[in-house]
Design a binder for this molecule. Structure first.
Ligand code: ZN
Length: 243
């Protein structure tokens, strides 16, 4: 680290106390993350193989026998494969929540630090076009940023030859999905996305839709359909967390 960077960093440390987001304890100097201590990082459930090829949920414990993913049983995916970096539980849930609702942009370098250890996930993203799930203009004004775009940029920075293209737009403002079931979510998302004006997708390119959380897959499905209408044929998805 350069002297200037060190000064800038200590200045930031005064502005934002560097306690671990998960454990509350001070973050050690040798932690690869700025806001996660070693113990905090251990609490993040980073998904390893074997996992569901459609949503990325890990096959562990009792699922190993049947290999039927409970999250995808009723999903008719409009995309091919899916991967998730972490599970949206415990520390993972805290990270997702902080990023989405608490202006958690400061966590992006830490997400990148976590990504650097996950070579399988990064290889999955390599040489792809990362397409963030768009926010409706009204929601974007309220929040000030699209967390999926920030994540896509973080993914692109750690994956070889990947780049971000904002190909989609949200043409219909949708109600919040937290209290909706799978069928209601599918209905809620119908016609919510379209290609941005003047944008086209190319059939030979591999596109990876990026969202913060995989819940029922309804949002990603709607985006995949819009991307397909725009000319894409090879569409996969990647999320920060699976919840
Ligand atoms: Zn699945």
């Amino acid at each position: 680290m350069t002297v200037l960077a060190k000064i800038a960093r200590s200045g930031l440390d005064l502005l934002y106390p560097r306690d671990c987001l998960v454990t509350g304890e001070p973050v050690e100097d040798d932690s690869p993350c700025r806001y996660l201590s070693h113990r905090g990082i251990k609490d993040v459930f980073l998904v390893k193989e074997p996992c569901c090829p459609t949503c990325g949920f890990p096959f562990f414990g009792e699922l190993l026998a049947s290999r039927v993913c409970p999250h995808c049983r009723e999903l008719e995916p409009a995309f091919r494969h899916g991967r998730t970096l972490m599970l949206a539980r415990d520390a993972g849930r805290t990270i997702v929540h902080e990023l989405k609702y608490h202006q958690g942009r400061y966590l992006l370098p830490d997400i990148r630090a976590l990504l650097r250890g996950e070579t399988v996930f990064c290889e999955y993203l390599a040489h792809t076009v990362l397409v963030p799930v768009p926010l409706h203009a009204r929601r974007l004004r309220e929040r000030g940023f699209n967390q999926s775009l920030l994540l896509a940029k973080a993914f692109a920075a750690e994956a070889n030859g990947a780049r971000v293209e904002e190909l989609l737009q949200r043409v219909r403002d949708t109600q919040t999905q937290t209290r909706l079931n799978r069928k209601q979510r599918e209905e809620n998302m119908r016609g919510a996305f379209a290609m941005k004006n003047g944008k086209v997708a190319e059939p030979q390119k591999r596109y990876v839709l990026v969202d913060d959380v995989f819940t029922t897959g309804a949002t990603l499905n709607a985006c995949a359909r819009a991307l397909r209408r725009g000319g894409a044929e090879r569409i996969d998805v990647a999320t920060l967390a699976h919840g």
